[in-house]
Write a protein that binds this ligand. Sequence first.
Ligand code: FES
Length: 97
Amino acid sequence: MTATDEVTSFLAILDGVEHLVAYQAGEVLLDCMLAEGLDPAFQCMDGHCGSCMVVRISGDVEMRKNNVLSQRDLDAGYVLLCQSIALNGEVLVDCDA
Ligand code: FES
């Protein structure tokens, strides 16, 4: 069992509302949010455009790839929803930031 197998949900702030989103092991956060009918910003879904960038407030994620965020962005807490896999159950991202 990997760490991601244990993650069943994460929190996402979108349009000022905090949502509890069901998490499927190995899925990216964007896909989980879309599956629940949420509508965070995104375009390419491939780590290139940056339109899905959000601030990770807590928890740990791993990005499959990142072709747009700078080290400065990463240091500021930005992650890409379309590339981020939850590594633990403490993940909270702010899509309004
Ligand atoms: S949707 Fe383009 S980087 Fe995520």
